[in-house]
Design a protein around this ligand. Sequence first.
Ligand SMILES: Nc1nc2c(ncn2[C@@H]2O[C@H](COP(=O)(O)OP(=O)(O)OP(=O)(O)O)[C@@H](O)[C@H]2O)c(=O)[nH]1
Ligand SMILES: [Mg+2]
Length: 443
Amino acid sequence: MKKDTIFASVTKNQKTAISIIRISGPKSKTIAKKLLRKKLDTNVAHLRKIYSINNEYIDQGIVVFFSKPHSSTGEDVLEFHVHGSYAVITKIEDELCKIKSVREAEPGEFTKRSFYNNKLDLLQVEGLEDLLDASTDLQRRQANLSFMGSVSSKFELWKQDLIELASFIETAIDFSDEVLPEESIKTLNFKLQKLKSKIKDANDLAEYSKKVKEGVKVIITGPPNAGKSSLINCILDENLSIVTDVPGTTRDIISSTVDIDGILVNFYDTAGLHETENNIEAEGVRRARELLKISDIQIRVVDGSEALWRENLTKIPKLNDLTIDLINKSDLVEIKIKEGANCYNVSTKTNHNIKDFKKALKKNIKQVVNKGFEPIIFRDRHLRITKMLLECLNRIELKDIYSSPELIAEDIRHALSLIGKITGTVNVEDILENLFKRFCIGK
Ligand SMILES: Nc1nc2c(ncn2[C@@H]2O[C@H](COP(=O)(O)OP(=O)(O)OP(=O)(O)O)[C@@H](O)[C@H]2O)c(=O)[nH]1
Ligand SMILES: [Mg+2]
């Protein structure tokens, strides 16, 4: 069956200086002939006049033709870079629709064709989705690891390790009448352990790649009136959370997301973690306690003008080593603090010491994501499969190579098919369909 030729304008409903209309499929050359009326060289940017089928001049723009299979989709691809007006784009699209077997693309259809023409594997398609969603520099870098294929090549190495193990086991099966040399068994076990530890390391890092995507969570806790809401407003430099002198003002969790040095960070102002008789406030505290469990960094705030500030501080449950303590309201009472104590005497009113606190906070934020440098696993889907992969390799360990090499061979085949599921060579139709649907038209 002959494939349709598809087209999509990249910015149809916005007024932009330039808009690109992408075309992919067997009719690309015919379209060039009909609308441009002049021959195009491959991979060369031409300035061309664009005409309707009835010879009416439409617009002038840069036109590029990429010949199959050396194009992004693996098909003949034609691109019009035209003036980004609605009228120009609609007119060109109307003309394209007049040509038989040419139609508008569905969401993600260009990428789908790239996948089926082996231009991208599943990990790269997922990386492309992440790249299109990236809002911070770190998310961009992480998405590119996947999109540019470096993650795929790591999975390829795991696959090679498994193939090596498989061929060893096949030999064991072939020579099942003879005794396998001790040395060979040792090598097999060594290789198995090495692969397992690589997969374990990758699984451990998955948590950090998730943080890069979803954002580092910073929770602000402390007793009523300590200045938690004043602090979040000061950090974000906006009037987000209500500040009053009435204790227990904040009940719901108030959150905002910002980009700090290329890292996505979610800040949460809370009711605090204290005991309270007030039902509504108690619900706020319950929510804060739940949030603390999944936070990465905690800021504990107390009012330094209160005589019992030290006791108030120790009463707040501490999350981890990345917890930063703030003794607020230094404009009222100044307190001397030991250096290096991860504690700052600040004033959200006068901004006293806020700069030093922000510096420490940035350091901690970086520490959270830096642990996950060069991750391999980016999605829950990958993590689920690599956990199955580990279980499969653990099963191999429990089996006796002398009596049941066939069972080991079967497990290795299963392990290989699990890797195929990650990279997209085995049974991934459903995942693909869902993934492509999430792409915009023109991608
Ligand atoms: N003098 C002084 N007052 C402050 C400072 N920071 C906050 N306040 C005041 O302290 C009071 C409580 O501030 P909030 O930011 O609402 O405190 P909170 O911890 O969010 O309080 P709840 O939401 O009730 O738990 C308000 O009157 C603020 O203006 C500060 O640095 N110095
Ligand atoms: Mg508050």
